[in-house]
Design a protein around this ligand. Sequence first.
Ligand SMILES: C[S@@+](CC[C@H](N)C(=O)[O-])C[C@H]1O[C@@H](n2cnc3c(N)ncnc32)[C@H](O)[C@@H]1O
Length: 448
Amino acid sequence: MSFAISNVSFKSLAVVLSYNLRLCRKYSYKTVRRPDSAFVSRKLTAPQVEHMEEKQAPNDLTKHLKAKILATGPITVAEYMREILTNPLSGYYMNRDVFGREGDFITSPEICQIFGELVAVWVVSEWRKLGSPTPFQIVELGPGRGTLARDVLKVLAQFKLSKEFSIHMVEISPYLSKVQAQRLCFSTETINDENSTHYLTGKTASGINIYWHKRLEDVPRKFSIVLAHEFFDALPVHKLQRDGKQWKEILIDVNKADTTDKNKSLPFRYVISKAPTPVSHLYQPIPEETRDSLEYSLDTDRLISMMSDRFECEGGIGLIMDYGHFGEKCDTFRAFKKHQLHEPLCAPGTADLTADVDFRQIKRIAEENGKVICFGPVEQGSFLKKMEGDARLEQLLSNALPENHDIIRSGYKMLTDPNQMGKRFKFFSIFPSVLKEHLEKFPVNGFQ
Ligand SMILES: C[S@@+](CC[C@H](N)C(=O)[O-])C[C@H]1O[C@@H](n2cnc3c(N)ncnc32)[C@H](O)[C@@H]1O
């Protein structure tokens, strides 16, 4: 792949922008505290257990999972997560809006418009740095309510780029894809052809085409800017545990009725595999791995390899925004319901399941064949400030009614304050290796 390369000053781009005012949104954000890390024999306090017993009427997903386990034996945590989040009939994401004050958690684009605007400025500045290849695709993985895409579209329109690109949403949820389409499109069409690579298409008021795909492999192979905000944390993880020289896997089994364990009110329990499993065999730890237990996402590996391959062959860049660590955490698998931590084995399908993203593993997989180079992870607060977030905040305030100043300031503070979302949430970018020298001269915005 070759690029015509020109550089662009980020500040000049920021000056071009004249934003409309939309208030920061006022909600709590997805807590990132970890639950009890003794996940194999999870101890629960009495009030928690009571809370669970109260809510324990088995739902369809519980019955389905129990039947499956009784028929074929304990399942992996990854399979449990996949069923709960994306089971076509009753998966958590499939039939409802789970975001915001009425939902279970709130994400950065939903908190304050500055987030999406600065991501858009990053997109434009990095695209121009690559010589403004056209036409290009903006691909968003797991777009939620479509709020990030809406803010990105708004800023790209300010740059008069509406004719240069199409948008490709990778969204598994039929319900959320409709929410996104309603928010973004002037007209839509459902595609019923099973040979089609997209299942929904629409046009924005300014004529930009948007396509919805179930999988990244269905997105056309063209120059793409891939955005993923709180997507990788929703992908299933396997939980592995070292046993001498080999790795075994934590599995999920049906809880026996006669157990004397305090967790007896839960429908399921964690067990350790008797022998290595396919994934514990497949997993290749780095030689210096010191952890005795860890979470490993095969789905993330697969998607990152696919992105790296596409970026090398057709060109493109990726921006991953998520909470995560650099290979030091062991147990981050958790559930959220109504903005509170929730027991992941309780009332499956009624709460979000998530695990921190392992950026060290993403970097390792992305760079293993030399196709791409990675930057970050950097902290969200640092990224947003380097992208001139403070200046944007002042600009917003100068256009806002005085009674709205507090909500705008508190939204921006929530995104950037190290004690709120500023440190725990990270930005990570992926570029084709062919750009290495160019990016040394003109570093990636927000990652310098
Ligand atoms: C935690 S939400 C994040 C939403 C949005 N990016 C935000 O930050 O507000 C995860 C999103 O990914 C989608 N999703 C989850 N698993 C998916 C999968 N395997 N393939 C495609 N989309 C998926 C969900 O439906 C949802 O839109």
